[in-house]
Ligand binder design. Structure first.
Ligand SMILES: N[C@@H](CCC(=O)N[C@@H](CS)C(=O)NCC(=O)O)C(=O)O
Length: 281
């Protein structure tokens, strides 16, 4: 599958690039951003996938999080996909939390969404194949994200044991089947039968997970206006505690839901992932 380069910028000695390609999984043209550390042509580096939140494209993280300097130092490739299928012929909704910009990283089964909304398969199958075919990588990968993308990162890691060395999230929607954002999206994409939602709910998945554990880091700002209604990270942290899971939940006093919060702690997330990506296990 061929990639068309849209942008290329030198950044901290590496390359910040943007590509478009035709996605067979999503049945539309997609864009993603990628940061390639210095000497990426000769050194095979591991990958960190970053999944963004509601309303975002692949550009919010690359322009606002300030992750490039640290990724350059640590030798991590950042892959930043879009948050949904896109285009005039792709189903959409006027609200910010459904349709384009709100794909929720699931495979939709309901009309009018089921033709294009297969972000689960895109992120876990098509995109990794595309990245390893086109870039020099060492085959190791981890996953991180924000809000809806935090849900995506944790859920995808729990659904694919041994695929990701570590997972981390900023202000994730950990229990989407129990909160308004998730209930709205899952009803539209998956239908009213809530048993179909469980396969995409990190709290449910962690509760019943039997495979090899992997480390999870979550940062949550205490001044986040979505914290008590939509996010509730303590629900996941309590399940992790019961299961003796290596999950660290850090409540960051005074921080909100924005990229200012993400930029404040992204270096620590990259160091967390670098440690696990580079360990021998
Ligand atoms: N008012 C917000 C509501 C949605 C929101 O907070 N989106 C978060 C993710 S859940 C975001 O990352 N927005 C884009 C940004 O801050 O660059 C917006 O329109 O962006």
């Amino acid at each position: 599958m061929s990639l068309v380069e849209l942008e290329s910028h030198l950044s901290f000695g590496g390359q910040q690039k943007r590509f478009k390609h035709l996605s067979s999984t999503l049945d539309c043209e997609m864009t993603f951003s990628i940061y390639l550390p210095p000497n990426h042509e000769t050194n095979a580096y591991p990958i960190l996938y970053w999944l963004s939140g509601l309303t975002c494209t692949d550009e919010n993280f690359s322009t606002k999080a300030g992750a490039q300097q640290c990724a350059a130092k640590l030798g991590i490739i950042l892959v930043i996909p879009d948050t949904s299928p896109r285009g005039d012929s792709v189903a959409n909704d006027p609200s910010y939390d459904l349709g384009q910009g709100a794909g929720f990283y699931i495979n939709a089964t309901q009309a009018p969404w089921q033709q294009h909304y297969h972000m689960f398969d895109y992120i876990s199958q098509e995109l990794p194949k595309l990245i390893t075919q086109n870039f020099n990588t060492n085959g190791k990968q981890s996953i991180a994200g924000h809000s809806m993308g935090g849900h995506g990162a944790l859920m995808l890691a729990l659904r694919h044991p041994k695929t990701y060395c570590s997972a981390s999230a900023f202000a994730p929607i950990v229990n989407p089947s129990q909160v308004p954002w998730g209930q709205k999206a899952f009803t539209a994409y998956l239908g009213k039968d809530a048993t179909q939602w469980q396969q995409y709910d990190s709290c449910y998945l962690l509760q019943y997970y039997q495979e090899k554990q992997f480390p999870i880091l979550i940062d949550q700002g205490t001044n986040d206006s979505f914290l008590s209604e939509q996010l509730k990270p303590d629900v996941l942290a309590n399940i992790a505690k019961q299961k003796k899971w290596p999950l660290t939940l850090r409540l960051q006093a005074g921080y909100d839901h924005s990229y200012y919060f993400i930029a404040s702690f992204i270096e620590e997330h990259l160091a967390f992932h670098a440690h696990h990506l580079n360990s021998e296990e």
